[in-house]
Design a protein around this ligand. Structure first.
Ligand code: NAD
Length: 726
């Protein structure tokens, strides 16, 4: 019998006298907390309270899961810290009200229970979890530059202990149903429908018998908790150790993890009321921090890539079923494996049996790893592997819908492949190149149907990297771009449409940065220091580590191919060639800027010596250590900002936001800074221009701020805050 009904929540009295509060947000695939839900919940809790039922169960009306968190869209309308704090205060109050209901409460969790959803469950007295793969309990807030602001930093440690709570909140660990049960976060677990009834009935009886729970002390379930968390000395050690770890691993200008730690500490040392007060003021501060704004902005920008971009809305994409791949090296094998994994039929062309065998071995290896990771079962991997056919004679190319060419990075070799493809494939087959640095336009030349040729640039390793650049050359048709964009989506990637230009967007912006990192080594800066500086900035790896991963021979080749776009601004850097000649190719041969073996990579002192003669040390190296780190970071970062501005002025992407997104998804570019153009805006256009101009005077022409930057600084026209770039 229904005793309360609103837009999003129904409260009903069940046969056994218990009441169930069922959340089902209309027109959403998952439940999320928004203003409407909060208003409904307030009234629904009154109805539950008045019901005098012996027990209340909180349920989701959705098959997709419990509650996925708060509606991030509403975050975009937050104006200031006070507004954000008010939202946190209201949420805390609401969950206090839930915790204070007169009867014991159970959260019935099946599927994702994240963020605000977990805080809701924590405010219940008991938790039941259904053990299935999609059941996950966690706090993604810190990843978005926030902290759990509805009591999560206070209730979680009181239920699972401090160290485990830190693991979930700071370590962003998502617990499975089993882990939640083992950690005491859940009180009962069932793994199938048969058990469910029984287990739930037992939990209900227990909850009625034991009654309400008070969260007035730490749980101390394990010996480690008794040792470290039962006394103030142990707790201090725990907090200090966590802070030390954070100082090493948390990016600069990323306040959320520190604030979350502090909220926990205040709560543990001074009680829940003080902890909640800290939590809500911190939530206010963080919600308006640039890190949070940028991370949430990227979240929405990434979501947009699921649909065809504005510029292609009028085009009709072709359906793709069969795929051809030319070349089964690192990239070709990766692309073939991904396509087969996603259910496409694939044929791979190679030049020799040995190369084909090696390529297919690579594909098998990738499937083996996927099985190890639990992404698919052994029989599934066998079935999908069988969808890949190898050929040396272009067999089956007459029936493919899309071809991705991933052969040698050589213009004439690629041209020969495209001529062959034109002769072999149907006139409607879309022909794409995975080139890193060549011009698609040059590949179109001389072909009868250049309109069907485009760039489709995957990143290495293909199965991991989320970005695909879809490159438009002047003759490429919209339908071809729409087909590739849609297909990239089907492969689980985030496509960004870019204009054809050597290196497209990502390699174009990366190249000056890598070049500068190598120059810094030549000037005497320590290899590990160069990498450290950029990792602190927020890069997932340092530029020299990245060069070792790319391979110095490949980098030298790419730098060479990109000379036309960098000409006049960058002198050729002989260091790449020097390293190539010395056989220091990077990870693939075990030696580059680092030495790779079984242990952690070690700095290769030989490189420091080899490159030292490249340049005379600049003035920067007479500076004290901290100033030197700042100067080197400025050099590496601002070159990318300048290049991104120039690339935008050449319309390499339709918007600044999609250029930033390409950098973040393609390279892991400091996400909390939003990308190079967003960073330029946040830092201030005038400041960036002035810093570049000063470096141009001291260090050379390559730092000369481009016209686009100068013009925007003069007119105060930001890149990412315009009406079209949200
Ligand atoms: P690779 O050397 O590992 O593999 C190239 C493969 O192509 C070899 O197996 C070779 O036998 C085969 N091949 C050469 N000519 C051929 C032809 N005419 N027909 C059929 N097969 C042919 O190279 P890779 O790293 O896989 O790079 C392939 C392409 O992808 C290049 O254009 C490269 O610039 C680009 N790319 C590479 C990376 C990377 O990180 N490796 C990233 C993005 C793009």
């Amino acid at each position: 019998m229904r005793i309360f009904e609103s837009q999003t929540i129904v409260v009903r009295r069940d046969g056994d006298g218990a009441v169930s509060l069922v959340l089902d947000v209309p027109d959403r695939s998952v439940n999320v907390f928004n203003r409407q839900v909060m208003a409904d919940l307030d009234a629904a809790l009154d109805a539950v309270s008045a019901s005098k039922a012996p027990i209340a169960v909180m349920r989701s009306g959705k098959k997709s899961g419990f509650i996925a968190g708060a509606d991030l869209q509403e975050f975009l309308s937050i104006q200031d810290a006070a507004g954000a704090q008010a939202i946190s205060t209201a949420g805390q109050k609401m969950f206090d009200k839930l915790a204070a209901l007169p009867m014991p409460t159970i959260a019935a969790i099946s599927g994702p229970c994240l963020g605000g959803g977990l805080e809701f469950a924590l405010a219940c007295d008991y938790r039941f979890v259904f053990d299935k793969p999609s059941t996950q309990l966690g706090f993604p807030e810190v990843e978005l530059g926030l902290l759990p602001g509805w009591g999560g930093t206070q209730r979680l440690p009181r239920i699972v202990g401090i160290e485990r709570a830190l693991n979930v909140i700071l370590g962003r660990r998502k617990l499975t149903a089993r882990e939640a049960y083992d950690w005491g976060l859940a009180d009962a677990i069932a793994s199938d429908e048969v058990q469910l009834r029984d287990v739930f009935a037992r939990l209900t009886a227990r909850a009625i018998g034991e009654g309400k729970r008070r969260l007035d002390r730490l749980p101390l379930r394990t010996w480690r908790q008794r040792l470290l968390e039962s006394n103030s000395f142990g707790r201090r050690i725990l907090f200090k150790a966590t802070e030390r770890l954070m100082r090493r691993n948390v990016w600069d200008d990323m306040p959320a993890p520190y604030q979350a730690l502090e909220a926990l500490r205040v709560g543990v040392h001074h009680g829940m009321t003080a902890g909640l007060a800290y939590e809500r003021t911190a939530a206010g501060r963080l919600a308006v921090s640039s890190a949070c704004r940028n991370l949430i902005g990227l979240f929405f920008q990434t979501q947009k890539t699921d649909k065809l971009p504005e510029e292609l809305r009028g085009a009709t994409p072709m359906k793709v079923q069969r795929v051809g791949v030319v070349g089964a090296g690192t990239m070709g094998a990766g692309i073939a494996q991904l396509a087969a994994f996603k259910g496409f039929k694939v044929v791979v062309q190679e030049v020799s049996q040995a190369a084909l065998d090696a390529g297919l071995e690579r594909v098998k290896g990738l499937f083996r790893k996927a099985v190890e990771r639990g992404v698919l079962t052994e029989p599934e991997s066998v079935e999908r592997l069988a969808a890949i056919q190898g050929t040396l004679k272009w067999e089956s190319f007459e029936s493919v819908d899309v071809v991705v060419e991933a052969a040698l990075e050589d213009l004439e070799a690629k041209r020969a492949v495209f001529r062959e493809l034109e002769a072999r494939a149907r006139p409607t087959t879309v022909l794409a190149t995975n080139t890193s640095s060549l011009s698609v336009e040059l590949l179109q030349q001389g072909l009868a149907h250049p309109d069907r040729v485009a760039g489709l640039h995957f990143f290495n390793p293909v199965h991991k990297m989320p970005l695909v650049e879809v490159a438009r050359a002047s003759a490429t048709s919209d339908a071809v771009l729409a087909t590739l964009t849609q297909w990239a989506n089907q492969l689980g990637k985030h496509p960004v449409v870019v204009r054809d230009s050597p290196g497209f967007v990502v390699n174009r912006i990366l190249m000056p940065y890598l070049n500068e990192a190598v120059l810094l080594v030549g000037e005497g800066m320590k290899i590990e220091r160069v990498d450290f500086v950029m990792k602190r900035f927020g890069m997932p790896m340092g530029p020299l580590e990245l060069l070792d991963q790319i391979g110095l021979d490949v980098a030298a080749h790419v730098a060479d191919s990109m000379r036309p776009v960098l000409a006049g601004r960058f002198e050729p850097n002989a260091a790449f060639e020097k390293m190539r000649l010395a056989g220091l190719l990077g990870q693939k041969c075990g030696r580059g800027f680092y030495l790779y073996g079984k242990k952690k990579p070690q700095v290769n002192g030989q490189v420091q010596e080899l490159l030292r003669s490249e340049r005379t040390p600049s003035d920067a190296f007479s500076l004290p250590e901290v100033a030197r780190a700042t100067e080197s970071r400025e050099r590496m970062v601002l070159l990318m900002c300048n290049e991104a501005a120039l690339a935008l002025s050449e319309n390499l992407t339709a918007t600044a936001a999609s250029m930033d997104l390409a950098m973040v998804l393609g390279t892991g570019w400091a996400p909390h800074r939003g990308g190079p153009l967003r960073y330029t805006d946040d830092r201030g256009l005038a400041d960036v221009v002035q810093a570049l101009a000063s470096m141009a005077t001291r260090l050379g022409h390559r730092f000369e701020p481009c016209d686009e930057l100068r013009h925007r600084a003069e007119t105060n026209a930001s890149f990412t805050r315009g009406p079209h770039d949200g």
